[in-house]
Design a protein around this ligand. Structure first.
Ligand SMILES: [Zn+2]
Length: 259
């Protein structure tokens, strides 16, 4: 099978000990691309280094929306000394535009912070740079689904992938009508939300992802890119198609949107 994981965090310390095995396992099951999504300046730089390790690893640069609004302890356990300077980071992205395939992880998050203005300004800037560089944008939208979809619609964004989308049915419909893609995590095996999105969307608008090390099939068990096989299996059940057909169509989506 030809498989893709468009959203993983392999620069997370959870993979410090076993990254090589995780990559080997991913290749064994057929992964052709694993997109590492950056969450802040340090993470973006780690990812540009990490992707040199193996050709299936691809870089996406971004900033987790919450990181724009407060000083945080990010998952590398380094304390961010200052808030991200958005313009400086965008300049870094522009300079390195040949080295990454997408913008991510970017978007809005109203669960952890109420500072919506800063998040929206940052997201707006990212959307317009993504359009300028003609790269896809991988969007996080926790508790902010409506604002995120509306901003993307009104800016006429072309290559959009909604990651782990928890918005209601009417918002999924709106996104699909505008040609947005939805990426389905492995917890589709138990999540009605992602089963619903899969039923609603044409396969040409779906992607597979893990958000590894998060969102595993079993709680508390480290997720990894090889687990996309479970997503393919579940999608094929819902669509009543062979797994190989499903994976081929999603791989074609990858080529059309990311390559
Ligand atoms: Zn993520």
């Amino acid at each position: 099978m030809l498989l893709v994981d468009i959203h993983a965090h392999l620069d997370h310390p959870a993979f410090k000990e076993n990254l090589n095995e995780v990559i080997i396992k991913a290749k064994d099951v057929g992964l052709k691309a694993v997109v590492l999504n950056g969450v802040n300046s340090a993470s973006n730089r780690r990812i540009l280094e990490l992707v040199k390790k193996d050709s299936i690893l691809k870089a996406a640069l971004g900033f987790y929306p919450v990181e724009l609004t407060k000083m945080t302890v990010n998952y590398s356990e380094e304390i961010s000394k200052e808030k991200i300077d958005i313009d400086q980071e965008l300049e870094f992205m522009r300079k390195n535009k040949e080295k990454f395939v997408a913008f991510g992880e970017v978007g809005l998050d109203y669960q952890e912070t109420e500072d919506r203005k800063i998040q929206k300004e940052g997201f707006e800037k990212i959307i317009s740079l993504a359009e300028k560089l003609k790269k896809p944008i991988i969007v996080h939208s926790r508790k902010a689904e409506e604002d995120a979809i509306n901003m993307l619609v009104s800016s006429n964004a072309k290559k959009v992938v909604m990651h782990c989308f928890h918005g209601r049915k009417s918002l999924v419909k709106l996104g699909l009508e505008h040609g947005f893609h939805f990426s389905i995590p492995v917890n589709i095996v138990r999540s009605h939300q992602f089963q619903m999105i899969t039923e609603m969307a044409n396969l040409t608008q779906l992607f597979t992802e893990t958000d590894a090390p998060y969102l595993g099939i079993e709680r508390n068990k480290q997720n990894e890119p090889a687990n996309v096989v479970y997503t393919i299996k579940k999608i094929s059940e819902i669509k009543k198609m062979e797994q190989i057909e499903v994976s081929n169509i999603i791989y074609q989506n990858w080529q059309r949107v990311f390559e």
